[in-house]
Design a protein around this ligand. Sequence first.
Ligand code: AN7
Length: 345
Amino acid sequence: MTYQGLIQRYGQYLDLPAHTKNISLLEGNTPLIPMPRLSKEFGCELFVKFEGLNPTGSFKDRGMTAAISEAVGRGAKTVICASTGNTAASAAAYAARAGLRAIVLIPEGKVAAGKLAGAIAYGAEVIQIQGSFDDALTLVVEITQKTPIALVNSINPYRIEGQKTAAFEICDVLGEAPDWLCLPVGNAGNITSYWAGFKQYQKGLPQVLGVQAAGAAPLVLGHPVEKPETIATAIRIGKPARGEQALEAAQESNGRIIAVSDEEILSAQRILASEGVWVEPASAAGLAGLIAESAKGAFDARGKKIVVVCTGHGLKDPSIITDAFQFPKIIPMNYDALLDVIGGA
Ligand code: AN7
């Protein structure tokens, strides 16, 4: 049978109500890409779980197929979310597929171009709010308490159910859980989902390294951040909805949650791209964390199986790259000019 999406593939492991009506874009089934050069450098077996290859370019599609399928089944007509961008694009796509109205609230001026374009292309009503993601989330929680509009942020338990499938896939490919799982942490839905997924699947448990951006690191600081700031706009979040569960996952797994600088994130993004995997900045945080911990001597990767979760595609945030590089040279249309500019072959 050809692949029919996550609910068909793993539905038996997901706690979804009987009324759920499967809405799928054949999300999931993303590759676990071996990274030979990084593996050699760390003396380990390092893999990237490339979640940027989901239908809307991020891991959010795993939870969204579940949340939208449940919402449709119970008769919802309109869904809403707050988003740093990827949730918005994903909600917009799955709502479009289901024939629902989608409203997405984003922080003004702080959403990467590819995500905003996606949300608009799929036909969502996109509203910028003069505030942060955290402010937007407060607003959508209030409106979904007072109206029949369905909330599809990761406070919605079905989002977590759907996102557990990434842990299942990793275990299915490796035959067991890896020794370490490194991933970015924003609103903390994903780390919560992975941990729940590994515990449920009973193929062993990884140690979990959750990585926040230094300018948006409430779980490292131990208190909310009122004005989070980072170039990794996906994780520009100061009050994670599932912060407690993220800390639990780190603690129970004998792992930890750390912060890395924007420079470290951009460096990790370049390193991944130099081995053929282009991810958006936030998605490079997991590797940035691994590199930072190893450099400090706080992480011995040797002989370990390590999965670095890359949550979103590089195409989501193209300006991060083009702003930082010289614009490609322009030459006259002749052979000599070409030879001249490349300086020989
Ligand atoms: C690429 O889209 O919160 O810790 O509103 O887009 O589960 O929040 C995105 C989060 C990591 C953090 N990597 O995951 C949103 C949003 C990417 C992301 C995260 C996000 P969580």
